[in-house]
Design a protein around this ligand. Sequence first.
Ligand code: AMP
Ligand code: MG
Ligand code: MG
Length: 341
Amino acid sequence: RMSRLAVGEIREMSGNDTVEGEMWNKACFLSRLVASSVRVSQSAGDLIKGILARGELGVIDKGSESVYDPQTEADRAAQYLIVQSLHKKFKDICIIGEEEKVSAVEVLEDGASQDVLSLSFPSDLSSIEESNDVVVWVDPLDGTTELARAKDKTSVETLQQVTVLIGIAYKGSIVGGVIHQPWSFPEGKSRTVWAVKGLGVHGIDVASQKKEKVIVTTRSHGTATVEEALQELKRRGLSTSVERVGGAGFKVLKVLEGSAAYVFASPGCKKWDTAAPQAVLEAAGGTLTDISGRPLVYSSDIQKNNSGGVLATSPWVNHSEYLSALPDALKQSLPEFLPRK
Ligand code: AMP
Ligand code: MG
Ligand code: MG
């Protein structure tokens, strides 16, 4: 193993390979893919924890001249682990990961979550076969900016913003996904939140209606358009306060646990940032679109940037109320597709 597991983190140790094998043989393709993604995300989380514990983050800047976009050894190794582990089992799917530069790891993850394998899938999902119509979007480490800049490498307050994101799309639409959080607040224990379309969300208690409408937004990628959107929502009574935190995965976990919405009126967020969060949020009854209400498309040839921004609302919030509060000029400044150079 790449890193030692704490006792509380040893997962699904049935010790019965025959049962696991039988369940695997009976499961449909999508069930196997989600079940494998759950375990792979957990292994990636363990890998990230090990790399941080050793303390050599190996930060490089992969951004352009004008923007700082950090990448660490944890991003590189987790990407390799996730992509190789999934490709080994599922040769005919398309996997798109954030990182171009990767670091090989010796041990791949071969397990599958029995919790997923034991779910019964409706026929529209169980009929999906392995093919390149299935696209897996991988953000091996979301919240890198927060991890790389964190002064205190043991602060759960900071580290909770790190997540591993695996989102699964079929013919461009989200059908499932996993958000794994290596350090959850307050004790720093890991947790895995996963969802399949129509089959609910697992691993998290979804909050019901709150009086306060807390808006979560970027901590490190603020822009004038982000601020304009926040001000407008406040003016319309749709925001009582704003929390600035890192990571698309973490922000959607916040939305599931009581925040009203995640608002990002800027073009920098990518498909691998929103795929898994969208799967989890929508399975819980929430909604994720761009700031003009256009659905995000996840086919393999699609533009990577969510250039129309991101608006994610909790299950108890009226998404269209938030959409219509945002000014038209702001929406027009964030088109669905960037002009090709
Ligand atoms: P944030 O809300 O700032 O934590 O961003 C959520 C995700 O979108 C992270 O993976 C960021 O790296 C990415 N992101 C947002 N804005 C930008 C940007 N301007 N440049 C690069 N990545 C961005
Ligand atoms: Mg990210
Ligand atoms: Mg990332």
